[in-house]
Design a protein around this ligand. Structure first.
Ligand code: DHB
Ligand code: FE
Length: 303
């Protein structure tokens, strides 16, 4: 396992390497956590501004949540040292800015599953902590911004956006973001240019789109912070399968928040964030020139 110390030494080694070698400083939990916290606070659309403050609702939820905690303590005969360790851990998560990471990995899927009960159209899944608004606007056919030497298998991702009757949705917009071939997201890791592998792509007048990118790698929850400490103390693995994130929208339609995964990829059956759904697994075909292509169609429901 890579420790923070190893990562720092590795960065020092990389900096003395020839200028043509890519710099790969591993992001720390503190980097990712602080950036994810700042991003969450500045993105009001996703920051819960729509939640009411109905006293009966707060009473019911707070009472049920605390009751569940009390029940765990009673059932598992939690001791004072364990209670104090939990208190310290909760403080560490807050001080490290890791609440967005922790909650999106371990809790968001349950909220999404409740929301999904009332939805039709393309299946959704979690947003996660790494969405950034206001990325470069592109028109189909589009290539996501990438470094000149961006590693990874090129992927042509095509499809059509229709409504629930199958009619094309002209000018639908696909806001797409993904990790690179090392599993890192721009904006949340050092050394990746702002906006890398992120873009807002407008489809054509028939809802058709074509986006050229690279296949992402699996994502690892940072292991050097308190979320990572819990994962390793519990003997779990910290991985999510490789995925593309998408917000698919058009005026008059409910925005679909989803992710697309890759058939045969690692961790599909053991996603730490429990956010894989079978309808969302792509199976790209090899084109023969080292690149791959895949078609996926989106269905939007009217507001
Ligand atoms: C987390 C990271 C992701 O890339 C994702 O899609 C969901 C959750 C996280 O670290 O919380
Ligand atoms: Fe992700």
């Amino acid at each position: 396992m890579t420790t923070t110390h190893d990562a720092v030494e590795q960065a020092a080694v990389d900096q003395s390497a020839p200028a043509t070698a890519p710099l790969t400083t591993s992001p720390t939990a503190a980097d990712s956590g602080a950036s994810a916290s700042a991003s969450f606070r500045s993105t009001s659309q996703y920051s819960g501004d729509g939640a009411g403050s109905d006293t009966a609702r707060v009473d019911a939820l707070a009472r049920a949540l605390l009751g569940a905690v009390h029940q765990v303590i009673s059932d598992h005969e939690v001791t004072y040292p364990e209670f104090q360790a939990a208190k310290k851990w909760l403080m560490d998560v807050g001080e490290g800015g890791e609440w967005p990471l922790f909650l999106d990995v371990f809790v968001e899927h349950a909220v999404e599953e409740v929301a999904a009960r009332k939805q039709t159209g393309t299946v959704g899944t979690i947003l996660g902590p790494y969405y950034l608004p206001d990325q470069v606007q592109l028109t189909t056919p589009a290539t996501l911004p990438a470094r000149p030497d961006e590693a990874g298998t090129p992927l042509a991702f095509r499809g059509q956006v229709t409504d629930t009757t199958g009619a094309p949705v002209p000018g639908a917009v696909l806001d797409i973001w993904q990790a690179d071939e090392q599993g890192y997201y721009s904006g949340f890791a050092p050394d990746i240019p702002a906006g890398n592998l992120r873009g807002v792509v407008t489809a054509d007048d028939q809802g058709h789109f074509e986006i050229t990118t690279i296949q992402p790698a699996p994502y690892q929850v940072p292991t050097d912070g308190p979320t990572g400490a819990l994962i390793s103390a519990a003997g779990w693995h910290p991985w999510r399968p490789a995925h593309l994130h998408l917000l698919v929208s058009a005026p008059g339609y409910r925005t679909v928040t989803t992710q697309l995964y890759f058939a045969g990829g690692e961790y599909l059956d053991s996603d730490v964030a429990e956010a894989v759904k079978p309808e969302l697994v792509l199976d790209p075909t090899d084109v023969g020139d080292g690149s791959r292509e895949v078609t996926y169609n989106f269905v939007l429901e009217r507001n």
